[in-house]
Design a protein around this ligand. Structure first.
Ligand SMILES: NC(=O)c1ccc[n+]([C@@H]2O[C@H](COP(=O)([O-])OP(=O)(O)OC[C@H]3O[C@@H](n4cnc5c(N)ncnc54)[C@H](O)[C@@H]3O)[C@@H](O)[C@H]2O)c1
Length: 247
């Protein structure tokens, strides 16, 4: 697809930032959207546009995307937002609070649907290309959707929801010429994992068959670019994990 307007949610950090950087370099008009107050500064350094917004707010996201779409409709929407607090169902101090579960589902799943519904609407209002294509929406799940570990019940449930949503969304939005894809990363080298103790990081890296290391955010960005440019990829979840199966 030709270089056009791209919205990258969660663009202020990790894989979202790497994606924004790669797409900006190739000439796409990138907007970074993130709840981080530093979003505008980070975007400016890149030469892109930054907008502070919380994807869990129906009103705020509606307003924010309306303003953006008025300037230019999106051709690609990439959602890299995610939170991953670990919480056992029954921990040392008793049952997991419902609040933690709700929070993870709100951000990772409801927030992703908020992006999907509004993003797809604005995309559907754009002019299709000669082959009827209007664009692609890419969500980020996790391999925890398939092989989640102890303490990941909420996270896995939220990412499993994204996996399950991919096909029905692709089927429904096909009539607008909008594709829907999901990437399920394994262990990636972002602030999210680098916050762990060093020995935990080492043992995690050793668990990936090959390459025996964390994935680079640039490898995620490269896959996003490929999905954007390959019009026959639709309604599918792609694992990006060096053959890691967590147990
Ligand atoms: N890092 C990994 O190993 C890994 C593995 C599998 C899946 N993932 C998933 O990949 C995605 C990106 O992960 P990352 O490691 O780059 O994370 P990250 O923490 O570096 O970036 C996530 C971004 O989301 C933003 N964000 C959080 N809540 C938000 C909200 N309500 N509204 C708007 N923005 C919000 C944060 O400010 C942050 O900039 C996430 O969905 C994560 O669950 C990560």
């Amino acid at each position: 697809m030709a270089t056009e307007s791209v919205w990258v949610f969660g663009g202020a950090s990790g894989m979202g930032y790497a994606t924004a950087e790669r797409l900006h370099k190739r000439g796409d008009r990138v907007t970074l959207l993130d709840v981080a107050p530093t979003t505008e500064t980070i975007a400016k350094k890149l030469g892109a546009v930054g907008v502070v917004c919380d994807i869990t707010s129906e009103a705020a996201l509606t307003d924010c995307l309306e303003k953006l779409a008025k300037k230019q409709k999106p051709r690609a929407i990439i959602n890299c937002v995610g939170i991953a607090p670990a919480a056992r169902i029954v921990g040392k101090t008793g049952p997991c609070t419902l609040e933690i579960f709700n929070q993870v589902i709100q951000v990772n799943l409801c927030g992703a649907f908020n992006i999907l519904r509004l993003g797809a609407y604005h995309m559907s209002q754009s002019e299709p290309d000669a082959e009827g294509r209007r664009g692609v929406i890419i969500q980020t799940a996790s391999i925890a959707a398939f092989d989640g570990q102890i303490g990941q019940a909420a996270y896995s449930a939220s990412k499993g929801g994204l996996v399950a949503m991919t096909l029905p969304a692709a089927r429904e939005l096909a009539r607008f010429g909008i594709r829907v894809m999901t990437i399920a990363p394994g262990l990636m080298d972002t602030p999210l994992l680098r916050g762990l103790p060093e020995e935990v990081q080492k043992s995690l890296e050793a668990g990936t068959p090959f390459p025996k290391r964390f994935g680079h955010p640039s490898e995620f960005a490269a896959l996003v670019e490929h999905i954007m440019d390959n019009p026959f990829l639709n309604g599918e979840v792609i694992r990006l994990d060096g053959a890691l199966r967590m147990n």
